[in-house]
Design a binder for this molecule. Sequence first.
Ligand code: FES
Length: 423
Amino acid sequence: MSLDTFRGLSILLLVLSRTLAPGSRPSFSKTLQTLRRDVTTVARDLFGTPLPPAFSREPLARHLLSQPLQRGLTPKSLVVESVVHEATDVVSLHLVDPSGAAVTFEPGQFFTVLTTMANGEVLKRAYSLSMPPRDGESASRARITVKRVADGKVSNHIHNQLESGQTLTVLGPSGNFGVSAEEAADKHLLLIAGGSGITPIRSIVEARLRDSNATATLIFGNRSEDHIVFRNELDSIAREFQGRFAIKHLLESAPLGWNGGVGRLDVSTAEREIAAAINSSLAAGRNTLVLSCGPAKMMENVREALARLNFDSSGLREELFSSPEDRKETVKTTPQPVTFLVRGRTIDAVTGAGQTVLEAGLAAGANMSFSCTMGGCGRCKVKLKKGQVTAEEPNCLTESERSQGYVLACVSRAKEPLVVEVL
Ligand code: FES
């Protein structure tokens, strides 16, 4: 078979997968897309243009790969087109789906990157998509942005070893941080970011300025000028949407001649800056919606500042990512019986030592939803009817969800016998 024959077959599969009549089974279209990707990969291998893997395809998180599609998300492989330095200790990975399929996501969502380390351990980390979804010929492209974490195994692997041409395995997109175009209509969006917390906000602000009539103010705190991620891009968006978008930079350490703000986003600074934004002309006659993303302490300060200003907390949305290196040590757990109540069915299982409730449920055949598998998206939320768990913190569960007995199955382990209601 010649390369042209492979190309023809690949194009035929692409056309078929995209032109299935409405009502055709989506799984058939997916199968054609997968077949096309495999044909492309084989052709490239045979004819000397292989896609070099950043890490081997096996072993991935096997318990994830073995689950039917409806229980979670299937890992997908994206090729790194380029690695771009953005600021001190921050790089962006420009990714492309080698099958040509569109990378679809909502602004504010993230990918869970699966990285196989030299010892075979599979590590998962969430990285935000830092540009809005693209159209047309660029639809198969996306960008994630990665901050190097001190002693962070995955972020250091990405910074030190990942190169263009290599393959990244991801789950997702996941997450529900953001605001739809409909919700943004007629609103003033007050975006508060600390350091690399700008990554989902960068995507959200451009998308909503383009597809709604929202106005926006960005309060962006950084340690120094070298730490400001996407500075030029943000300036360019501000020029394009002059009169609808304003940026207030705050630096802890400012150079001579700096004309932005100076200081850390502590409670009083946050209160002052938020009050100024809410009273600005961009917010006049509009309801303000606050989106906050950054280090846990900064987000706590923003919450307290909003409370001091009597801001209705229903108008606040938050995104907190943490590296497992930041997480509190969890209690060592021993095997425990768990009863899963799955929409009218009862499944009895026993968790292995150290196994999460999600892993135990999936192994027992419970149909449980999940996505990020690291406490970041809330998709694996279950209700604890009996017993206690130990959970990795921080995670994305809200105080109100905790008080109602919800837990995140992917980061919870049984401390005693459990009864769990799967939603
Ligand atoms: S799967 Fe995302 S929080 Fe559990």
